[in-house]
Design a protein around this ligand. Structure first.
Ligand code: CS2
Length: 458
């Protein structure tokens, strides 16, 4: 029997369910990119906020193209199980915050109507780094953006809101980009300037884009997880999500209209998220990517295996503490050493089975904010970062194809650079001026030699 509204009563008594009357609440949020991360993070905070008090904050989930999540969730009336897993065991609850999921390209009118409804106040995003349609130099790639991006749907909705003299929206990026709110604002602004210039002023005056730091480790759900959850709740749940007990959300206090009381359940609303965001990107995500490429190279499958490898653990510690943390200015009260300790403990969670291959995806979109900014900082101070350079060498091996097929929007272009430049020339060919990965880091000859030696070491 499948999980659904009608089956909630059949759940075992120890499985918590939504603590509010779902049918009495309206939609207030349209969320683009409703993958496992959103369901384990923002949707859970929103479920808690609705249980804590009044508010029409149900979420309409949107997938840009893939019907997979819609097909999993629609027949379940949007309900799904969220399981927190640690060495101590599993804790499951049912989340009711998501009303429905639609595929944008199939139900365009319904999406537009939801975005243009007076009761909708927030459009939020977990569309992954590549969903922002940036060209290698960071500017908007219009051709990508025209092709069913979130931006193209927003433009239509903005036109309707403006014509109806409705207030604007808060546009909330929950992706792992540096300054995610500012980037979202710039990219939407550029999209409108090119495709709907009459909306630029309206957007600037009527919408805000708070920056956020989002953190929760959410491995992709496997068939084994679904079977496990079925035995836990007695119902089949195709949309179940497995995560760690830890969760953090720091949000810039910059909302255009109302918002759920997320802070009642742990979200931090602050005037400045920058310090949290850069620490998370460079320490957690930076270490994650290093574990992925170095770990795959050493034959590991999961994060907890790679972090337990004595050949890798010291290097990961060095990357987090001596390289990433040393490049940061902590917020008042932020203890980066304690943060590194806590991250290592989270990586060690043996119950999560977080696949390295999942983290290794889309490296070209991830490593600029995870590694290259740290390298640039230390370069300006005349220092090298051996742990990041070793990780970069492992990534170069990965995109050459050393670990099998490469899942990255630039996979073909990266391979072409490899084929042309070879191990001797790959660093300048990929990271030099006006190249695919050009950034504020300008590899020195010594750094290029370090990476080359690491690539050729085996
Ligand atoms: C990971 C992140 O897949 C990845 O690239 O580094 O998804 C990471 O698990 C989350 O950002 C943790 O908050």
């Amino acid at each position: 029997m499948r999980l659904s509204a009608a089956q909630l009563e059949a759940l075992p008594a120890n499985i918590a369910r939504p603590g509010y009357d779902r049918d009495a609440r309206g939609i207030g949020i349209v969320h683009f990119g409703i993958g496992a991360f959103h369901r384990a993070h923002m949707a859970a905070y929103t479920d808690n906020a609705m249980a804590a008090g009044a508010g029409d904050w149900r979420i309409l989930g949107v997938s840009l193209r893939s019907p997979a999540v819609r097909d999993q969730m629609r027949v379940q009336d949007g309900f799904y199980t969220l399981v927190e897993r640690s060495a101590g065991g599993s804790k499951a609850r049912i989340i009711g915050a998501v009303t429905d999921v639609l595929v944008a390209s199939e139900e365009r009118e319904r999406l537009n109507a939801a975005l243009a409804a007076p009761t909708t106040h927030i459009a939020s995003f977990t569309i992954t780094e590549k969903g922002y349609c940036r060209a290698p130099d960071g500017s908007l790639d219009l051709a990508l953006a025209d092709d069913h991006s979130a931006f193209s749907y927003l433009a239509e909705a903005f036109a309707r809101r403006k014509a109806a003299a409705l207030p604007g929206l808060t546009l909330l990026s929950c992706d792992n980009l540096a300054g995610n709110g500012a980037q979202l604002k710039r990219l939407i602004g550029d999209y409108l300037a090119a495709r709907a210039p009459a909306l630029v002023d309206w957007f600037e005056g009527q919408c805000t884009c708070p920056s956020t730091m989002v953190d929760r480790i959410v491995p992709a759900t496997t068939d084994a997880d679904r079977a496990d959850i079925e035995s836990l709740i007695g119902l089949r749940d195709e949309a179940a999500v497995v995560t760690e007990p830890f969760s953090q959300w720091v949000i810039e206090d910059n909302f255009f209209g109302p918002r759920p009381a997320w802070e009642l359940h742990g979200a931090q609303i602050t005037s400045d998220v920058h310090a949290y965001e850069t620490a998370k990107l460079r320490m957690l995500n930076g270490a994650h990517s290093a574990l992925a490429y170095l770990g795959l190279k050493r034959g590991h499958h999961y994060v907890h295996q790679a972090i337990a490898d004595p050949a890798l653990a010291p290097l990961i510690g060095q990357l987090m503490r001596e390289e990433a943390a040393a490049s940061l200015t902590p917020a008042p009260g932020q203890d980066l050493n304690a943060y590194a300790d806590a991250l290592i403990e989270r990586f060690n969670n043996p119950a999560l089975n977080h696949r390295l291959a999942q983290i290794a995806m889309d490296g070209s979109q991830k490593i600029p904010q995870r590694w290259l900014e740290t390298l640039a900082f230390h370069q300006a101070h005349g220092r090298q970062c051996p742990a990041i350079l070793s990780s970069l060498a492992a990534w170069l091996g990965h995109i050459r194809g050393d670990n099998g097929a490469v899942d990255d929007p630039l996979a073909r272009a990266l391979k072409a650079v490899w084929d042309q430049a070879g191990a001797d020339g790959i660093v300048p060919a990929l990271f030099g001026p006006a190249t695919l990965m050009a950034s504020g880091w300008h590899p020195s000859d010594a750094e290029a030699a370090f990476i080359r030696a690491a690539i050729c070491a085996n």
